[in-house]
Design a protein around this ligand. Structure first.
Ligand SMILES: C[S@@+](CC[C@H](N)C(=O)[O-])C[C@H]1O[C@@H](n2cnc3c(N)ncnc32)[C@H](O)[C@@H]1O
Length: 224
């Protein structure tokens, strides 16, 4: 993934997204590469997408929030960043080899959330849900947040983390065209529009003096 600040936005040929979530400016969910995500994610990437300090910050946030029990790792890959593995961690992602290599997952499922914006789980299956450095690739995020609200038990947390890196051809235009504070506002809006969550909290989780990748967390609890 590249630093967002290095992306030449004027040079990007965005393609219109026909069935995007309402409530955002025209073109917000356009992408440079709207081809099926299975092409882009078909090749396993057994790499880390953010630096060590940012990864530690994800784990510390999960620890601090007490993420344990039945947990869903949405847009999962070969690492889930937990210092201690939850009792039952279920991954959902695009690449079978990456998910198979993830030693913290008890189970996993391959699903393209941009093609099928639903979750293949019964209501109230999970205590908590997470989505790490991936929310910027969703073209129907409000539908996904609503679905997460459905599969979470009341009071369960949905924790979104992100940095300032991305795959620019796959990220949505609205994300590429804004800064860290804008990204926090976007995720906050996804929570609010889904109408399934309570108060949204947001924090920069890395030291502001840290010269590497910043790590932001935005989270909220499923309403009772
Ligand atoms: C930058 S990686 C992050 C992986 C992992 N969550 C982490 O923290 O390292 C983006 C992940 O989003 C997943 N992803 C991208 N588009 C997706 C889609 N349409 N549906 C489901 N998962 C998707 C990919 O499988 C990939 O693992």
């Amino acid at each position: 993934m590249v630093k967002l600040s290095s992306v030449e936005l004027d040079q990007l040929p965005f393609v219109s997204e026909p069935d995007a979530d309402p409530g955002f400016p025209p073109g917000f969910f356009d992408r440079v590469d709207p081809s099926p995500d299975e092409h882009f994610y078909g090749r396993p990437r057994l790499v880390t997408h953010i630096d060590r300090e940012a990864i530690r910050a994800v784990g510390r946030l999960y620890d601090e929030l007490g993420i344990d029990g039945d947990v869903l790792d949405l847009m999962s890959s070969w690492i889930s960043h937990f210092p201690r593995t939850p009792r039952r961690l279920v991954g959902l992602g695009m690449n079978e080899s990456e998910l198979r290599a993830n030693r913290q997952l008890a189970e996993w499922v391959v699903r393209d959330l941009n093609v099928e914006p639903t979750l293949p789980f019964a209501d109230e299956t999970f205590d908590h849900a997470l989505c790490s450095v991936s929310v910027d690739y969703l073209v129907r995020p409000v539908r996904i947040f609503t679905e997460v609200g459905r599969v979470l038990r009341p009071g369960g947390l949905f924790v979104i983390t992100f940095s300032d890196r991305c795959f620019p051809t796959k990220a949505i235009r609205g994300w590429l065209e804004t800064d860290d504070a804008g990204h926090v506002a976007i995720v906050r809006r996804y929570f609010e529009l889904s109408e399934r969550f309570g108060a949204v909290e947001a924090q920069l989780r890395t030291d502001p003096q840290h010269e590497g990748d910043p790590l932001y967390g935005v989270w909220a609890r499923r309403r009772q």
